[in-house]
Design a protein around this ligand. Sequence first.
Ligand code: ATP
Ligand code: MG
Length: 454
Amino acid sequence: MTSLRRIPRAEHHVSRSMISSGTLKTLYTLKDAGYEAYMVGGGVRDLLAGLEPKDFDVATNAHPEQVKPLFRSCRLVGRRFVICHVRFGDEIVETTTFRGAITDLHKRDETGRILSDNVYGTLEEDAIRRDFTVNALYYDIRDYSIVDFTTGIEDMKSGVIRLIGDPELRYREDPVRMLRAIRIANKLHFRIDEATAAPIARLAPLLREIPAARLFDEVLKLLLSKEAEDNLYGMRVYGLFRQLFPVLDPHLARPENLAFVNAALRSTAQRMQSGLPVSPAFLYASLLWPAVEARAAQLRVEQGCEPLPAMQQAGEEVIARTIACVAIPKRFSLPMRDIWDLQPRFEQTAATRARRLMTHPKFRAAYDFLLVRGESSGNPALAELAAWWTEAQKGGDLPEPPDLSPDDLLVEAGTSEAAPPRKRRRRRGGRNRRGPDAAGDSEADGPETATDPS
Ligand code: ATP
Ligand code: MG
């Protein structure tokens, strides 16, 4: 059951100055043509929460063919449910006709997922089709009031993410809502309501039904974000990550691997906050690295592969297994593989090779990657190698090569504490890289890695 509540302009702080000019033009144009028009979704939610919205969405009772002639640039997109993309310069305002209530007319698959979605409806029907109560608030351009059919305003105030309707049914209709719950809760620093959270762990396997390309987009939204670390944590706690990245998940049981991935997510988030460009390739290269690194080590140790072919084969295998669940477009997987393949080449510090490596088009990204590895791995040999490359780029003579053996940089091939301990290798003579506090036996400190210089 829904009941309409209208919050007048005087009782909320969403003002037109906070709304993009394209959104306002779209709303007024629709209104002036005699249609209902509302700003809805993340735009209203984020403004109420004092955040800057990523984008604004408009909902209207005008059908797409009625919307199109009102605007100079309007493209109809989508096959199942047509959406209007109204363009003003660089800004695109997604304008959607009210969706109708779910009925037997909607085709579902055997798990309950909605497959057809092409029925128009009323404002109220549109509201209860939305996912969370805080996403179903409508800013009315006629009087600047906010319309709430669920408990959206209340949940905004108490900081709760709550699915509209029966949670299990709503997750079955669209399992991506499980990922959205985590992302939006972390973005707003809200908690997920108990009934909304309860079915997630059990229903997590439904993510396997979702097209890999859609999951790629959703994962990027989760991990190319200020809250990326929290989102990774949330996905793991609720058992969603395991469904998305079965190849990677067991590797994150090792603290050093989790530390590396988190460091990469943090570094990406910091770049975003400083307005620097971020690349999905770097992000995905980091995310999958623990699996690639372990597999490459295994190929080196067990099959005697040379470092570069081992890395190439490991990269190929891990990508092939990942894209069975989450797509990675070629334009990202190719630079990812460059970043990985360059990692063993950093071990070669002889002058000619080092200088040649610095001219490689992907050197910068690969070096940034090495820095994150050096900072987060807890392996002093790796930190030393990264520091050498930092020095080496300063021009003039190359610094003296670090005294490392290839095994100093090789990780344990296994995935978690279950990995069998490897025989320790005696280092070549030279400096003792362990600090005074590392005098104890490291085997007692957690899973042993071959990177542990002893
Ligand atoms: P953000 O833009 O910050 O990622 P958002 O909530 O605006 O968050 P969008 O993907 O832009 O996300 O969707 C806009 C609105 O469309 C949502 O607020 C919600 O009302 C509705 N919506 C989006 N995805 C779903 C879904 N899977 N099920 C039901 N409603 C959805
Ligand atoms: Mg949005």
